[in-house]
Design a protein around this ligand. Sequence first.
Ligand SMILES: NC(=O)c1ccc[n+]([C@@H]2O[C@H](COP(=O)([O-])OP(=O)(O)OC[C@H]3O[C@@H](n4cnc5c(N)ncnc54)[C@H](OP(=O)(O)O)[C@@H]3O)[C@@H](O)[C@H]2O)c1
Length: 330
Amino acid sequence: MTATSRASRRSRLDDLLEGTVIGSFSSLGYRLRSRTWNDIDTSAIDGKTVVITGATSGIGRRVASELAFAGARLRFIARNPRKAEDLKRELLDRNGSADVEYYLADLSEVANVRRVAQQILAAEPAIHLLINNAVVLPATRMVTPEGLELAHATNLVAPFVLTNTLVPRLVESQPARIINVISGGMYAQGLALDDPNYTESTYRGSVAYARAKRALMVLTKIWAEDLSDSGVAVHATHPGWVDTPGVATSIPTFHRVMGPWLRDTEQGADTILWLATADRPGASTGKLWHDRAVRSEYRLGVGVESAADREKLWDLLSSTADSLAPASSR
Ligand SMILES: NC(=O)c1ccc[n+]([C@@H]2O[C@H](COP(=O)([O-])OP(=O)(O)OC[C@H]3O[C@@H](n4cnc5c(N)ncnc54)[C@H](OP(=O)(O)O)[C@@H]3O)[C@@H](O)[C@H]2O)c1
């Protein structure tokens, strides 16, 4: 078989997997696709500063661990001091010369996101990689002390404020990358901007989660466009279905039924690490990646947004953030 026919067979297999959600998102998809991949060369991240959210659990923990091991200056944001200290100790035990520090912030509150972003700007002269990975999938509607619905606040408003605050430092540090971890759950949802805090509409946690992820995908494209000449590439990626503490506690039935077919965290972290370190993703921006390939953002035409929708999303998030800014800065 020639190299061309091998490549064409690989591409047909990939299309087939992509066409079936289970084939693509499960560990089967990973196993079949990864057969032809090279090991990730993480040397490009050595000495570079990485800021990551959600590093104390699941996929983020694996990504953080691999990046610290590869020599990155790892800076993670965590809300739980004990978990943060445990992770730092674990990383130092694995590699005594790892450069790891953490910042404490509950990202569900805009005031905390602003504070921690300013702390990071004050302490880190360069930022080469920002990974927006923290997530929550509430079973019932919960409201933050600032009056926002919890999934909207944590999964969307927080990355919006954190990214916009850190962007100037990423630009100064270019070449730099931003990776937004989204979810295949967004394929079933479009932007829903009229009642973002679910004060009027019926609440379902999985829907709130998926809508926030759809919106983060749209933000990825807006940031990519805004930063197109700045040396900062912006990527979105969905990791597939991964066995993590979050999945086990937030969607236990799915976790039980899909158990054998869930990816492990090494598999779930793979494309994030690849986007963080490989050459190829540095040459594109504003795309959705899964299993080291660009994927469509839409399935069956669901969730396609217009230019006006994008603008409305940006305005909504800006006005939410502004309304929660300290009076002195308004
Ligand atoms: N696992 C999957 O199958 C799957 C599928 C599609 C997409 N994803 C995406 O992959 C990413 C990681 O998911 P995961 O399954 O690894 O999640 P996870 O195990 O639930 O971990 C979530 C992380 O976010 C942190 N976090 C939550 N709320 C926070 C807050 N208010 N302030 C600060 N940190 C907060 C958690 O901190 P604590 O440790 O303190 O709780 C934890 O470190 C997410 O973006 C998710 O949407 C995952």
